[in-house]
Design a protein around this ligand. Structure first.
Ligand SMILES: Cc1ncc(C[n+]2csc(CCOP(=O)(O)OP(=O)(O)O)c2C)c(N)n1
Ligand SMILES: [Mg+2]
Length: 338
């Protein structure tokens, strides 16, 4: 019997530092994601969007930084707080908003809604409403990627609450055993619905859960989009090179409630304001861009462009038709192959 192997540390990143031209589009993408979600919040209050709606506002740097570290063929699979991840992976604001509105032009043809955005064309393998379920599904995706020798990696996203689910632990065991090309990305936003991590977990560094199966792990702050891109690059390179999976825990914070119907009585007084002031990923990147000499006028021009795209998404969704009732049972099972 060989002794238990300790997980290797993640290597330093090999990607070059971003200059102004590299950082600017990442900021622009974060601004777009936020504005489209603000538009979704407005549509929700107008009852254009029904059912659940979990906003990603405050966490944009995590998805955008991760996307900057990925190749287009890499797969993403995630939970229900997925609007930002979907757009970062390439789902268009129109397809996303139309899905939220439950329209046939939506990414999932209006049959999925906010929690079930899916877009095969950009390898976005879905949001899922069962907490932790995506870990098992993502492990299956990674299994197929390995056996089809695609060279692609699966990013499997979940929250601090999902890190207590049995499916997550079981998935880690298999993924490590078979050295699958998967990065488990735990977005620790400090709360699972209204329960803080301290109240739900004895060990609050979720990434150390990987050590039990010998998985490479790391925990880092996710408010600086470039830092996320660097550490995610290291994790993805490790998984892509065949060395096996990685678990990264990205510390982040959501500015909005758990969902649109959250009374939000569980935060400490002043906590949200302090976080918005000091840890807002968009403001942090804005400061860095100013350091590169970017002017307020240049940023304003982007905000105006983003406003047009977000409004267009809203109007497109509003004007689209609902799904055809004849399609009620379509897409539940794959068509039988002939
Ligand atoms: C298996 C299962 N248990 C419980 C729920 C109810 N539920 C929905 S969201 C949620 C909290 C999950 O929190 P976290 O994983 O931290 O993700 P976050 O909402 O913070 O992004 C719970 C318990 C569920 N959807 N599925
Ligand atoms: Mg959480």
């Amino acid at each position: 019997m060989t002794p238990v192997s300790l997980a290797p540390p993640l290597p330093p990143t090999s990607v070059p530092q971003l200059d102004k031209d590299g950082l600017f589009p990442l900021w622009e993408q974060m601004v777009l994601i936020r504005r489209v979600e603000e538009m979704a919040a407005k549509a929700y209050t107008e009852r254009k969007i029904l059912g659940f709606c979990h906003l990603y506002i405050g966490q944009e740097s995590v998805a955008v930084g991760a996307a900057a570290a990925c190749r287009p063929e890499d797969r993403w699979i995630t939970g229900y707080r997925e609007h930002g991840q979907a757009m970062a992976k390439g789902v268009t604001p129109r397809a996303m908003m139309a899905e939220l509105f439950g329209k046939r032009t939506g990414a999932s043809r209006g049959l999925g809604g906010s929690m079930h955005i899916f877009d095969k064309n950009v390898h976005f393998m879905g949001g899922y409403g069962i907490v932790g379920a995506q870990c098992a599904l993502g492990t299956g995706v990674a299994w197929s990627l390995k056996h089809l020798k695609t060279g692609a990696v699966c990013l499997c996203w979940f929250g601090d609450g999902a890190a207590n689910q049995g499916a997550f632990f079981e998935s880690m065991c298999l993924a490590q055993l078979y050295k699958l090309p998967i990065v488990f990305v735990c977005e620790n936003n400090f709360y699972a619905m209204g329960t803080s991590v301290e109240r739900s977990s004895a060990v609050i560094d979720m990434s150390v859960r990987g050590l039990g199966v010998g998985m490479a792990r790391e925990q880092f702050e996710g408010f600086d989009v470039e830092h996320v891109r660097n550490r995610m690059s290291a994790a993805i390179e490790h998984a892509r090179s065949g060395q096996g999976p990685v678990i990264v825990e990205v510390m982040t914070y959501r500015h909005r409630g758990h969902s649109m119907s959250d009374p939000a009585k569980y935060r400490k007084p002043g906590e949200l304001e302090e976080r918005k002031q000091n840890s807002d990923p968009i403001s942090i990147t804005e400061e860095r861009l100013r350091g590169f000499g970017v002017t307020d006028a240049e940023m304003e021009a982007v905000r105006e462009r983003v406003e047009v795209i977000a409004k267009d998404a809203y109007e497109f969704a509003d004007a689209s038709l609902p799904p055809d009732p004849a399609d009620l049972y379509a897409y539940t099972y794959a068509p039988a192959s002939s």
